[in-house]
Design a protein around this ligand. Structure first.
Ligand code: SF4
Length: 325
């Protein structure tokens, strides 16, 4: 982790979160428990992954969000690419991605991503982006172009996207769905009662509806969503959120512990113990999700390749015998 944070600290463009810079530090500063243990980055394979990312001038959410799993994932050459720049037009209270006014889109980025995916030899790739509320379509066409470029360069690679909400961008979602990603992920991030504090620029029911609409447009696409816990939510609110996602026919739910990127970000209100994650997993399966990943270090894209295979197997297992043969 130290390597990642050092890279971000030395950014010559000034504070990553100007809107938070003058706020007082959070009063609550909980000590990390023993069960939050991560693999340190820096192995040979990790360095090779970093080299490919740097050579192509790409951004990854692994670095920008300060993800605790980067040591483990990059060692397996699994990086989650973040398209449309490194600057987000929103300013969520939990997120470490730089905020401000983004640069113009790089029209060559879809091909650079496709080339990197081919060089890394990825069987499954996750593509995410910053929010681009400044763009007419929220970046939908750029997402679609990226999916198509990866398909051309690596036809055997399955593609998972983790998108913004395209709020107030009519027709944007349809453009992305038409490009046929294998998995469409859009994170709810937290329960509705915490939105104004945690995710003030978004609307909970718009996000649920977006996921439902993906399934209506193309039922073959797997849908996925995730939340963080430890942000002050109650258990019954998480259970209600599961029901909301199942009403939208969402297949896969991820739940992980929120970790505070800096003293200016939303405080960790609680470290949820592993056995409580286990009960969330059990409840999620009982509610009908094809797959539930709920552990302290679960992140949207963690083990995404293995999880995709499990999703396919779970869908097949639910089909009547004549159709699954
Ligand atoms: S969990 Fe996702 S964001 Fe974190 S390091 Fe792994 S691929 Fe990157």
């Amino acid at each position: 982790m130290a390597v990642v944070l050092d890279i971000l600290k030395n950014d010559p463009r000034g504070p990553r979160h100007p809107e938070k810079a003058h706020r007082p530090d959070q009063a609550v500063q909980l000590k990390k428990p023993d069960w939050i243990r991560v693999k340190a980055p820096g192995s040979r394979a990790w360095t090779e992954t970093q080299k490919i990312v740097r050579e192509h001038g790409l951004h990854t959410v692994c670095e920008e969000a300060g993800c605790p799993n980067i040591g483990e994932c990059w060692e397996k050459r699994h990086a989650t690419f973040m398209i449309m720049g490194d600057t987000c037009t929103r300013a969520c209270a939990f997120c470490n991605v730089r905020t401000g006014l983004p640069d113009a889109l790089d029209a060559g980025e879809p091909e650079k991503i496709a080339d990197s995916v081919a060089k890394l030899g990825l069987h499954h790739v996750v593509i995410t982006s910053v929010d681009r509320d400044d763009l007419r379509d929220g970046g939908a066409e750029h997402f679609a172009r990226t999916i198509r470029a990866i398909r051309r360069a690596s036809p055997g690679t399955t593609i998972e996207i983790l998108t913004p909400d395209f709020l107030r961008k009519d027709g944007a979602l349809e453009v992305v769905v038409a490009a046929k990603p294998d998995v469409f992920n859009h994170n709810l991030e937290t329960v509705p009662g915490r939105y104004l504090t945690v995710r003030p620029g978004a609307r909970y029911f718009h996000s649920v509806r977006l996921l439902q609409r993906v399934k209506e447009l193309d039922p073959t696409i797997f849908t996925k969503s995730g939340i963080m816990v430890g942000l002050g939510e109650e258990r019954n609110e998480v259970v209600q959120l599961m029901d909301d996602l199942r009403s939208a026919d969402v297949d896969f739910l991820t739940i992980g512990q929120y970790l505070q990127p800096s003293k200016k970000h939303h405080a960790v209100m609680r470290f949820v113990p592993p056995d409580e994650f286990k009960t969330y997993e059990t409840t999620g399966y009982a509610k009908g999700f094809l797959l539930v990943s709920a552990t302290p270090l679960t992140r949207s894209s963690h083990h995404a390749g293995e999880d995709f295979a499990r999703l396919q197997a779970a869908r097949l297992a639910k089909l009547p015998p004549a159709l699954s043969a």
